[in-house]
Design a protein around this ligand. Structure first.
Ligand code: HEM
Length: 504
């Protein structure tokens, strides 16, 4: 018998044997290595059948809530193509994962979104990340934060004036708005003005009822990436979401074009200023820093990196902040007691400060601080924080192999009854005392923590102070509220509220 004959005769048997062996291994895998508990794992596809109804309505957070409730602070879950992951909701282990060199940032973002975010701070690792972070961190220093407050005032004023005009023009002196749409535009303009001294005019576009090309393009990227999470890579091209798909290329080129225009404008201004940046030292904005390092001979940032960083900052900074603002409003319009306590505090402290709210005295709005922290506890925008093990580790008594994906499950951590009493309730007062270390990580921890973690709360505080001083917000009852996990956590169809002028 020739080799070809032998293959022909035995191939079906060999294939069947391999399939049976794989199935048996998949069934026994959870038992073989004494790993953490988890939901039943079907051969090859893992817990996909149990998760599919949640995934189909973008509610993976509910599936994770359930498995954490059923199995505890470390859960092993295998989800089809995504593979095996370990969901963690233990405070001490979460901190260890984010701060210890035993764990590294995974390359997930680059794999899913390399052509958009390949050279963006939140996707970079190792030495390149270190250089970028060191160069960019000073743009988030104290002086820049002071500047952020004036920008927050400016965008909040722009929105307040527009809503006032809409209310005045309406017969019953009240309008219904989708707060998410306005907050997205506001946070987008905020990043543009605070970090790049550039106005993309998103608020004005929403007011005119027009779409804003820049904001729309970021929405498109968001949709492309969500689809890539759901569709196996093999089918990306067929689904039109591959890096080589015409619609993807067009979106990327438009974003790059918009960024190039901003960079070009700044380069012209620098040329007119003898090649020097318009600001110096701590006053330099993010774009100044990206350009100076590229043109002073050190060549730290090349054109692609500059473009990548700017794209990344818009992406990381606007959606998470807009969702948090919307969810704070969601909680407040549902809890009228908390709303009036907050409004009372805002009126009182604002008057005591004679309207001069600064980064230094903002801590006096203590209840506001509690409201925002509680919003981020209940609804963290970033739902999971992934890291990979570099070597085998022991975690909560279980052996985890090298190269495993650890996923800090922020929602479960923030609602873990071991650290929080009445974990599902909205209790801003609980922030009068400090939480257990590691039990609250809305901005991450360790070296890769959020670079915007000081600027975002300043922006959100000021926007809420300004809006709640002037307007009364009530829930628009004719809407369906559905929580969804997309790239960040939010509401499927935004949040419609009835807005009227407050009488004071
Ligand atoms: C409520 C608003 C925000 C939330 C909840 C949030 C959350 C986070 C979290 C959890 C991380 C850590 C990711 C990880 O560990 O892998 C992160 C990283 C990051 N965030 Fe934010 N963020 C917010 C606002 C902002 C803003 C306003 C900016 C920019 C101005 C920003 C820029 C970034 C960047 C660049 C990183 C990557 C940092 C690095 O890897 O060195 N974020 N953010």
């Amino acid at each position: 018998m020739t080799l070809a004959d032998a293959l022909q005769t035995h191939a079906p048997t060999a294939l069947a044997a391999a399939a049976v062996a794989t199935a048996v291994y998949s069934l026994l895998e959870p038992l073989l290595d004494n790993g953490p508990p988890g939901p039943y794992s079907w051969p090859l596809i893992g817990a996909l059948p149990q998760a599919s109804s949640y995934l189909s309505r973008s509610a993976v957070h509910e599936f994770f809530d359930k498995v954490v409730k059923d199995h505890g602070p470390i859960v092993r879950v295998k989800l089809g193509m995504i593979g095996t992951m370990y969901l963690v909701s233990d405070a001490e282990l979460a901190r260890r994962i984010l701060t210890s060199p035993e764990f590294v940032r995974s390359d997930g973002v680059v794999k899913i979104a390399g052509e958009f975010f390949g050279s963006t701070l939140f996707a970079l690792t190792g030495e390149t990340w270190r250089i970028h972070r060191k160069m960019l961190q000073p743009a988030f220093g104290p002086l820049h934060l002071r500047h952020a407050i004036s920008v927050a005032k400016e965008v909040a004023k722009e929105l307040a004036e527009a809503w006032t005009a809409m209310i005045e023009a309406s017969p019953d002196k009240e309008v219904v708005v989708d707060s998410h749409e306005y907050f997205k535009a506001l946070t987008f303009d905020f990043i543009g003005k605070a970090s790049f001294t550039h106005d993309f005019g998103a608020i004005q576009s929403v007011l005119r009822g027009e779409s804003n090309q820049a904001l729309d393009d970021y929405e498109k990227v968001s949709h492309i990436l969500q689809s890539r999470f759901a569709v196996p890579q093999l089918f990306w091209r067929a689904a039109g979401i591959d890096p080589s798909s015409p619609a993807v290329i067009a979106t990327r080129e438009r974003i790059q074009g918009e960024i190039k225009a901003v960079v070009l404008e700044r380069k012209k201004q620098m040329a007119a200023n003898n090649g020097k940046p318009l600001r110096s030292g701590v006053e330099m904005d993010l774009l100044d820093r990206l350009l100076v390092s590229a043109s002073d001979g050190t060549d730290v940032f090349n054109e692609d990196q500059i473009s990548g960083e700017i794209t990344g900052f818009f992406f990381a900074g606007h959606d998470s902040t807009a969702n948090t603002l919307m969810l704070a409003l969601y909680l407040l319009v549902h809890d009228t007691k908390a709303m009036s306590k907050l409004v009372d505090e805002i009126d009182r402290v604002y008057e005591e400060l004679e309207g001069n709210v600064t980064t230094e005295n903002m801590h006096r709005f203590r209840y506001l601080d509690g409201v925002l922290k509680e919003t981020q506890r209940l609804y963290p925008s970033v739902v999971i924080l992934p890291r990979d093990t570099v070597a085998p580790v022991e975690a909560l008594g279980y052996k985890i192999p090298a190269g495993s994906r650890m996923m800090i499950q922020m929602r479960a951590l923030h609602r873990n009854p071991a650290y929080w009493s009445h974990p599902d309730d909205f209790v801003p007062e609980r922030w009068e005392s400090q939480p257990v270390p590691g039990s609250y990580l809305p901005f991450g921890d360790g070296q890769h923590n959020c670079i915007g973690q000081k600027i975002a709360p300043i922006e959100m505080r000021f926007v809420l102070i300004d809006l709640l001083r002037q307007f009364r917000f009530e829930l628009h009852t004719d809407q369906t509220i559905e929580f969804v996990t997309r790239l960040t956590f939010g509401l499927k169809d935004g949040l419609k509220v009835r807005v009227s002028r407050r009488e004071r």
